[in-house]
Design a protein around this ligand. Structure first.
Ligand code: TXA
Ligand code: MG
Length: 314
């Protein structure tokens, strides 16, 4: 049986909450990418997520909340962390913080870590569902492990339709790129994954540089496997032009003859289209040439995903 795809309505939010309460899996739209949601407090439901995604067990999940009260029950906020949450929540920022002893998120969802990744999504349906449900939902991106993240309900259906209970269809995701993950060590903020909020914006808010995980002491995002977001096709990065038989992914004005992430050179637009365009090219080509994309703003996150998509173990 394939999961039902339903529009966002009060009835379907109630149905989703009921399924989640019974330990089921529901794909939900967020402003970044679609998430595969389960009751964070139910270890059986959490383990169903790992199974449906085919995800390595050691990879911890993000718990999604919809209020400060819910967030503070789960994790301890330093003044810096609170400043980030106040500026960017609800939104595309995930904060890795010390987990509270009285929190509801299961050990399994945290993969046994002492820390917890928390995000308050901006998408109205996601926030409404968490509020109706009354406690945090864990939600990794709703794709099979290693596949490209879904930015439309049909992507979720193609990847996971037979393995989950319901898909809430909120249309295309506005940001189209996973959240930025920020941790903190003794020295201050540490970037664990570039994403939908540009690193420079965080540094500007805090008035101090954001250190990259590779340069930080003991902290890292366990899920940041080198080969991730992998299409079937081989990617050739920083290509000036496509060769015979190659698909062409381009960016910016004057770039014709391929699929252009943003003909006007807008990195926000490019981020929102990246995964859908990668999927479209992957369906048609065995090799994809990718034109250069600047490293500024959201370009950092876009290039990070493209490098992972290009990386092959073989
Ligand atoms: O935009 C997003 O963040 C989407 C939407 C659905 O919210 N979710 C998402 O989740 O991208 P996922 O599971 O695909 O990626 C979560 C990342 C993983 O790389 C994981 O290793 C890292 O977060 N992570 C989770 N808990 C962590 C922790 N305690 N410490 C460090 N990294 C953590
Ligand atoms: Mg993912």
């Amino acid at each position: 049986m394939t999961a039902r795809i339903v529009p966002i309505l009060p009835e379907t939010i109630a149905l989703a909450a009921e399924i989640l309460g019974e330990g089921g899996l529901v794909a939900i739209p967020t402003e970044t990418v679609y998430g595969l949601a389960a009751d964070a407090a139910n270890p059986e439901a959490v383990s169903r997520i790992y199974e449906a995604k085919g995800r390595p067990r050691f990879n911890p999940l993000i718990a999604h909340v919809s209020s400060w009260e819910m967030a503070e029950r789960e994790a301890a906020f330093s003044p810096l962390a609170r400043q980030c949450g106040e500026a960017f929540w609800p939104g595309a920022l995930t904060l890795v913080l010390p987990a509270q002893a009285g929190g509801q998120v299961s050990d399994l969802a945290r993969a046994g870590l002492e820390t917890l990744a928390l995000r308050w999504p901006k998408h109205k349906a996601a926030a409404a569902l968490i509020t109706v449900f009354g406690r945090p939902l864990v939600a990794p991106s709703a794709n099979r492990s290693g596949h490209v993240s879904p930015t439309r309900a049909e992507h979720v259906e193609a990847d996971l339709g037979k393995r989950i209970d319901l898909i809430l269809d909120g249309g295309p995701c506005e940001v189209g790129m996973e959240s930025t993950i920020l941790g903190f060590d003794a020295g201050g903020p540490v970037l664990l994954r570039p994403g939908g909020i540009a690193t420079a914006q965080i540094a500007e808010l805090l008035g101090r540089p954001v250190c990259h995980a590779a340069d930080a002491d003991a902290i890292s995002a366990p899920g940041q496997l080198k080969s991730h977001y992998a299409p079937k096709a081989r990617l050739r990065l920083n290509a000036e032009k496509a060769e015979d038989g190659e698909g062409f992914l381009t960016f910016g004005p004057g770039q014709t003859g391929g699929l252009n992430l943003s003909p006007t050179g807008d990195l926000v637009e490019a981020a929102s289209k990246l995964f859908a365009v990668l999927r479209a090219l992957d369906a048609r080509y065995e090799r994809i040439a990718v034109g250069p994309i600047p490293e500024t703003g959201l370009g950092e996150a876009i290039n990070d995903r493209l490098q992972r998509a290009a990386h092959r173990e073989d």
